[in-house]
Design a binder for this molecule. Structure first.
Ligand code: PBG
Length: 323
């Protein structure tokens, strides 16, 4: 039999390519992470993340204006506190840096979605995501503090609570506390399949959250494991998560694909700091076309099945899409 298969017909003009294009990335898909610090007049670039800044509240409010202007649905807030202690009390103080950012931000920009990352590592003197005793990271006492932090963020105006600690049972405990305190409308976006990854390096410089001893491998997942992601995601949904996340994104496209095929809630993927910095560094050296590389990688994350993409490129991407 003679074959006349010519796949190139579907690529032969810009018009036909437009017609058959399967995956479109839009500004609607994006969340933009921001780092807030105490003080005023501060806008310090994070050395390992060009284009990403520590922002004091005044500059943070200016940034929110640009985010809203760009049509980005929301921001993911990280606090970098002045003081750290053993129990991360800066995370759940009513006047903590994220609480202040939530109150101010929500007041001025009620239509933006405020997502609060819930973790202790930025607030603990040892840099771990939970309470430490005899060199071990305790689960249930850490969950208690994560619950306290979540309720405090809800009170301050967070729309979405996003626990990134990876303690067992925290989603159920946070959901129960939110229900009890009449915060039943608050969403939970769970960092469900969060892997112990080398790609968080630049973030830890940004958030000053490098653990002072050991690593995060007793709570974050082993990158060799795919099935475990399904288990974590299913547990979080059962416990009350509205959105589940896979993190990082690029080395975990298979996990995003498997998870999104399995569950009926929106899947988010976190295009993490190291993924950002790799492209930035190569682009600064002139080794990569930044815009092309970003569009390709973010489209791949969406193609794999993520509806929501958390990315430090959000503002730039919004500009590129517009132009
Ligand atoms: C806090 C947290 C981390 C990131 C998000 N929340 C760092 C970590 O777990 O060490 C990483 C984000 C990034 O790398 O962009 N636990």
């Amino acid at each position: 039999m003679e074959l006349f298969q010519r796949p190139r017909r579907l690529r032969s003009s810009a018009t036909i390519r437009k017609l058959v294009k399967e995956t479109h990335i839009t500004v609607d898909d994006l969340l933009y992470p921001l780092f807030v610090v105490e003080g005023s007049g501060i806008k310090n670039e994070i050395p390992s993340m060009p284009g990403v800044y520590h922002l004091s509240l005044d500059n943070y409010l200016r940034e929110l204006e640009e985010v809203q202007e760009a049509g980005i649905p929301g921001v993911l807030l990280f606090g970098v506190p002045d003081h750290k202690d053993e129990v991360g009390s800066g995370a759940y103080r009513a006047d903590g840096i994220v609480q202040k950012a939530l109150r101010e931000g929500k007041k001025r920009f009620p239509d933006l979605l405020f997502v609060a990352d819930v973790c202790l590592c930025e607030y603990t003197s040892h840099g771990h995501c939970g309470i430490v005793k005899n060199g071990r990271i305790l689960n249930d006492p850490s969950v208690e503090l994560l619950v306290k932090t979540s309720v405090s963020y809800a009170e301050a105006g967070a729309d979405v609570i996003a626990p990134s600690d990876m303690m067992d049972g925290r989603i159920g405990a946070i959901r129960a506390a939110l229900e009890q305190q009449s915060f039943e409308d608050k969403l939970i976006m769970a960092y469900s399949a969060k892997y112990a990854s080398a790609f968080y390096g630049p973030f830890r410089e940004a958030a000053h959250s490098e653990p002072s001893f050991g690593d995060r491998k007793t709570y974050q997942m082993d990158y060799a494991n795919g099935k475990e992601a399904i288990r974590e995601v299913e547990l979080d949904i059962t416990e009350g998560a509205d959105i589940v996340m896979v993190k990082p994104a690029l080395a975990y496209l298979d996990v995003i694909k498997n998870v999104s095929g399995r569950v009926n809630v929106p899947v988010a993927a976190y295009n993490v700091s190291g993924e950002y910095s790799m492209i930035k560094a190569a682009a600064l050296k002139g080794w990569l076309d930044e815009k092309a590389a970003v569009l390709e990688t973010l489209t791949a994350i969406k193609r794999a099945g993520a509806k929501i993409i958390i990315t430090y490129f959000a503002k730039q991407l919004a500009e590129w899409i517009k132009s």
